[in-house]
Design a protein. Structure first.
Length: 91
């Protein structure tokens, strides 16, 4: 349910960015290290939003995988400790 709410929120933000871009059709100049270009504002907004979303998604996946690996290692250590425990001791 939580992921559904986040997905809907991201979709609404993307639609809001598209509406904002559709109302602002002017050209913007983007200067980067060795060149510069003129692009329509909706295109720039869509690219920047998508790039930020993908970067955030990659960081989130990294931390989720790291936590799952830590949890698996801890669970393995716990199972080893439980196996060493005498059978007459209640856990």
């Amino acid at each position: 349910m939580k992921s559904f709410v986040v997905t809907v929120l991201v979709a609404l933000l993307f639609i809001l960015a598209l509406i904002f871009g559709a109302r602002n059709e002017q050209m913007v100049t983007i200067s980067y290290f060795v060149a510069q270009g003129e692009y329509r504002l909706p295109v720039v907004l869509a690219i920047v939003f998508f790039a930020g979303f993908m970067l955030s998604w990659l960081f989130a996946c990294y931390y989720i995988v790291r936590l799952k690996l830590t949890l698996a290692a801890t669970q393995k250590k716990l199972n080893v400790q439980l196996a060493k425990m005498p059978p007459d001791v209640d856990a």
